[in-house]
Design a protein around this ligand. Structure first.
Ligand code: GLN
Length: 451
């Protein structure tokens, strides 16, 4: 009830939660009763979680922040949600996001913008802006976000919390509204590295409902967590040092490097040349997959359908197009068009296939790099949180915001953002750690050393 009270007081200003679970208190009481009876409860017993509204929650509306799903109540839980619940967690409500997780500022939601609790003139980042804002304003004990090209790490960075995107295949995508299936991963957005380790442990692992999940054993991240980084080799990506980086961000990263050196880590410069092309590669692949994934929203089986007066004189094509024209927002339409173009005959080889080929080479460059170092340290973004409205009319500028985060998803690597500084405007700044495949423990430990 403490968190429900905070939601009531602060959510009208932040618009982080777009739906509440009205059974949350009842469910929490049940956990209390089980505890008092001495029954076994999970590691997250009674812990409240806000869930990005991209993950299906049984009997609780799931919208992807889109009009087209605004009436969708799933009959099942996403695996991530089911695992949280069996660990004893309580779903507090559903969190705002950019429509279909497409965006970097949480300004494209059908349910209105979400605001940064540090200063409501600023965006919370995106697409998991609601998760970051709710966590940072202490509206809940934990949240879940998803990350296709930075959507966990970037908002965590803008709101001063910890966010980890696991290795592709570590966490099941079953029941998560698909954006770009070869890039999407869900992960915790919480207040400390220890919380991230525990929550990640709970949601990870093979799932027979998602064939892309790995069968690798899930390590006990929370038990193995240490701040000892002595002897670890941490790489600084040469290509990330050129280009425009806000001086406060550069200073924060420098400070982190110094602290890790003092703690006994070795800092090495590494080169991953193809990271330079991460943004164009990402936007081609993500838009292509999105155009295909979003083809299912046709107004027939579920979701929004245009209010047709007379179906008898309507062609099927008009039925689809009117429903989709009304149901999707501008940014989503832009991406569907971009993706459809990339996948169309004549352009497929030049765009989509080319991007996939370069993506494989990028992955190889990372694998080579990790033969010589344990993790990479970099900024999360080139600048701290920007103001609401500042970039919304310039999609290219918005896309370029993802310059340090997208390569991680393209290569399927784990990535983490941990708060480490403050901008001169008083907004939080984090640093990013990227690990080799399935080496979440290493980046959690380095983050713990910086915390
Ligand atoms: N900002 C990126 C995009 O708009 C990333 C989004 C995400 O990770 N879901 O696609």
């Amino acid at each position: 009830s403490f968190f429900l009270g905070r939601v009531e007081k602060l959510n009208p200003k932040l618009n982080a939660f777009i739906a509440m679970n009205d059974k949350a208190l009842e469910e929490a009481k049940k956990v209390d009763e089980r505890i008092s009876k001495g029954e076994a409860v999970g590691p997250l017993a009674g812990v409240s979680f806000g869930i990005k509204d991209l993950l299906c929650t049984r009997n609780l509306r799931t919208t992807a922040a889109s009009k087209i799903l605004s009436n969708f109540v799933p009959p099942y839980d996403a695996t991530v949600v089911a695992r949280l619940k069996s660990a004893g967690a309580i779903v507090l409500g559903k969190l705002n996001l950019d429509e279909f997780a497409m965006g970097s500022s949480n300004e494209t939601s059908f349910f209105g913008k979400c605001y940064n609790p540090w200063n409501t003139d600023y965006v919370p980042g995106g697409s998991s802006g609601g998760s970051a804002a709710a966590q940072s304003a202490r509206l809940t004990m934990g949240t879940i976000g998803t990350d296709t090209g930075g959507s966990i790490r970037q908002p965590a960075n803008f709101c001063g919390i910890v966010g980890i995107k696991p290795t592709y295949g570590r966490v099941s995508r079953y029941g998560i509204v698909a954006y770009a299936s070869s890039l999407d991963q869900a992960g915790p957005m919480v207040s400390s590295v220890a919380d991230a380790a525990l929550a990640l442990e709970v949601i990870s692992g093979h799932d027979e409902k998602d064939s892309t999940t790995s069968t690798q054993k899930v390590p006990e991240f929370s038990k193995s967590l240490t701040t000892n980084v002595k002897g670890m080799k941490i790489g600084i990506v040469k290509e990330y040092q050129s280009g425009e980086i806000h001086p406060d961000i550069a200073k924060t990263t420098e400070r982190a490097i110094e602290e890790l050196k003092k703690a006994g880590a070795e800092i090495v410069e590494v080169s991953i040349p193809l990271t330079q092309f991460a943004v164009p590669m990402y936007y081609l692949i993500a838009a292509s997959e999105a155009s295909s994934n979003l083809a299912r929203y046709d107004g027939v089986k579920y979701g929004y359908r245009s209010d047709f007066q007379d179906l008898s004189s309507l062609s099927l094509e008009d039925f689809y197009s009117q429903t989709r024209a009304e149901g999707f927002g501008k940014e989503v339409k832009r991406r569907i068009m971009l993706g459809t173009y990339c996948l169309s005959s004549g352009y497929y080889d030049a765009y989509y296939n080319k991007a996939c080929q370069v993506r494989r080479l990028l992955r190889e460059q990372y694998i080579e790099t990790f033969k010589n170092c344990d993790a990479l340290l970099s900024p999360v973004t080139t600048s701290p949180a920007f103001k609401v409205g500042e970039r919304s009319s310039d999609p290219l500028k918005m896309y370029l915001n993802d310059i340090f985060t997208t390569a991680t998803n393209l290569a399927g690597l784990p990535g983490l953002s941990v708060p480490y500084g403050m901008s001169s405007e008083g907004m939080p700044i984090g640093v990013q750690l990227t690990g080799a495949h399935f080496q979440e423990q290493k980046i959690l430990n380095i983050a713990a050393a910086l915390e």
